[in-house]
Design a protein around this ligand. Sequence first.
Ligand SMILES: [Zn+2]
Length: 208
Amino acid sequence: MNTHDKAPTKGILEVITGCMFSGKTESLIKRAEELGTTAYQAFKPRIDDRYSRTEIVSHNGGKIVCTPVDRAAEIGHRIKPETRLILIDEVQFLDEEIIEILNHWVLKEYHIVVSGLDLDWQGLGFGPMPQILAQADRVDKKFANCAICQSPASRTQRLVANSDDILVGGQEQYEPRCLKHHNPHSVKLAAKRVSQGGGSQGVADHVV
Ligand SMILES: [Zn+2]
C-alpha cells in the first residue's frame, strides 16, 4: 500500500447503480482505476460468490482483490488508517447498518465508491439502496439492453419459478428488461404452481 497518496480534501460517497448486466461492477473497477490510488480497500458481501470469494469480478472479466464480509459492521472494523478509497460491490446485500457506516467514513473524509442493484426482482427498492442513493454525493445510473425489445433496461427479470427475496444468480436466472417488459407477476404465478406440485422444482422451471 502506498501511503504517499494525497488525502482527499473532502469525504464523498459515489454510487454506481442499475439493473443486472448494466455494467456496474465493470464501472466500479474502472472508477477505482481512474481515482488512481493504490491505498484502497475493497469489500463485498459473502453472499455473492458467483465468481470469486476474494476478488470483485465483472461479467467481462475485470477484477480487484477484495475482502468478503458477512455484515456491514465488519467493514467499519477493517478500515485501515492509511486507506484513502473504500470500494464496496453488491452493497444491496448488506444490512441497514451500512448506511451509518458510510456516513461515518465520509465524515472522516474518505472517498467511497459503492455499486449495487437499486431495484430487486419485483422492482422494489433493494435493501439499504434507496437510502444509500438518497445520501450519495454522486450517482451513476447504468442501463442494460432489454432482452425483449433492446431499449434501455432498468429492471431485472427473474427467469425461474422462485419467489424468494434473494436468489443469487447469473444469466440462467435473470435478464435485463425495460419497465414495459418487466413482469414479476409471472414469476410469482410460476412459483405458486411449483409449490402446489404443478411443475418441476426450482431453476428448471423457467418463466416466460
Ligand atoms: Zn423492453
